[in-house]
Design a protein around this ligand. Structure first.
Ligand code: NAD
Ligand code: TYD
Length: 349
């Protein structure tokens, strides 16, 4: 192989799409997936790639210094694409320290090990940190997050991601580590764990369970199809400028309630139900504490500098996503059995 890259969190939602893109697009590149397989990690997401000659999976915890050092020494990676994280805001409200451990300590551990192993010979090396638009806080009714927007996180999740972003920049400034950052809006698509809004609603519509909309449902998110995020990561990893940050988003804002209504409409059509059937399941429930009103990304930098644009409309992406869940009911059943039921009871009772 001509080069080796580490992808952390490759068994998760976005990571699995990044792994697929790199394994299929770069046969000369050895892709090593480092994942601890928490509740959110699922090797079923990568089943079709298991025997690819340029793909290796290693189960390891990014917080463990010895494990990370020995992996860096063994594979001598040229690059790291770092996605491993605790990623769900609601869980961060219940278990904030888990988020500090993985998102802050884990990231700093990786930065440190990369610095030590690369031993200041940074030629041809790159550490790509995958982050979120939630570090910028919440917008009012207008405006967009740009790369210059001041950090103002509100949830333990976004605070832990903001801290990790600061450490990434600090390692660039202090040690000259060649880093690049991307901050993306809400993703959706196949393999999304059904604790997040869209797959949770799809799962509940299939099972004719209530659709829990937090508060009045007027919270707004900017949604991007996950395959387009993976394309953007590929572009920034290969062509982005050192030490730069690129915001990634779909220019695609939806109020939660409107999104859930569209989802209900598409699902009624696909499941051949009377129009309006699934909407009757909508239930307004207790709001999330510290709920950010609105996220919206200005993605003009990545568009102008690297020529990136989303490739599908929201209606197309949502339709493809629903089709994937309807065709992969076993995947959905597997991930919603066991511990998921406990989580659901705690969160929504
Ligand atoms: P996910 O929760 O689906 O997957 C996270 C993965 O990380 C899982 O496979 C899990 O097993 C692994 N992991 C967790 N702790 C680990 C540890 N200590 N060591 C090794 N592996 C560990 O998350 P996702 O939605 O795919 O998000 C991936 C990244 O993208 C995260 O950094 C997240 O902050 C960022 N992001 C997500 C979104 C989104 O909408 N989902 C948007 C922007 C940015
Ligand atoms: P989520 O998918 O958890 O992503 P994030 O909080 O990172 O944006 O939630 C998206 C939006 O949907 C957010 O405003 C919270 C809301 N939401 C609900 O209304 N009901 C739910 O059951 C969930 C999980 C989320």
């Amino acid at each position: 192989m001509e080069r080796t890259i580490f992808v952390t969190g490759g068994a998760g939602f976005i990571g699995s799409h990044v792994i697929r893109r790199f394994v299929e697009s770069y046969p000369e590149c050895q892709v090593v997936n480092i994942d601890a397989l928490t509740y959110a990690g699922n090797l079923e997401n990568l089943k079709d790639l298991e025997n690819a000659p340029n793909y290796t999976f290693v189960r390891a915890d990014i917080v463990n210094e010895d494990e990370m050092l020995s992996l860096f020494e063994k594979y001598r990676p040229d690059g790291v694409i770092h996605l491993a994280a605790e990623s769900h805001v609601d869980r961060s409200i219940t278990f904030p320290l888990d988020f500090v451990r993985t998102n802050v300590l884990g990231t700093v551990n990786l930065l440190n090990v990369a610095r030590k192993t690369w031993n200041e010979d940074f030629e041809g090396k790159r550490f790509h940190h995958v982050s979120t638009d939630e570090v910028y806080g919440s917008l009012g009714k207008t405006g967009f997050f740009t790369e210059e927007t001041k950090y103002d996180p509100h949830s333990p999740y976004s605070a832990s991601k903001a801290a990790s972003d600061h450490f990434v920049r600090a390692y660039a400034d202090t040690y000259g580590l060649p880093v690049v950052l991307t901050n993306c809006s809400n993703n959706y698509g196949p393999n999304h764990f059904p604790e997040k809004l869209i797959p949770l609603m799809i799962h509940n519509i299939i099972h004719e369970k209530p659709l829990p909309v937090y508060g009045d449902g007027n919270y707004t998110r900017d949604w991007l199809y996950v395959v387009d995020h993976a394309r953007a990561i590929d572009l920034v990893f290969h062509k982005g400028k050192d030490r730069e940050c690129y915001n990634i988003g779909g220019f695609n804002e939806w109020k939660n309630i409107d999104l859930v209504r569209l989802l209900c409409k598409q699902m009624d059509e696909k499941l051949k139900k009377e129009p309006g059937t699934s909407e009757k399941l909508i239930a307004f429930v207790k709001d999330r504490p510290g709920h950010d009103l609105r996220y919206a990304i200005d993605a003009s930098k990545i568009n102008k500098e690297l020529g990136w644009n989303p490739s599908v409309t929201f209606e197309e992406g949502l339709s493809k996503t629903i089709d994937w869940y309807l065709e992969n009911k076993e995947w959905l059943e597997n991930v919603t059995s066991g511990a998921y039921q406990e989580y659901y009871k705690e969160q929504y009772s």
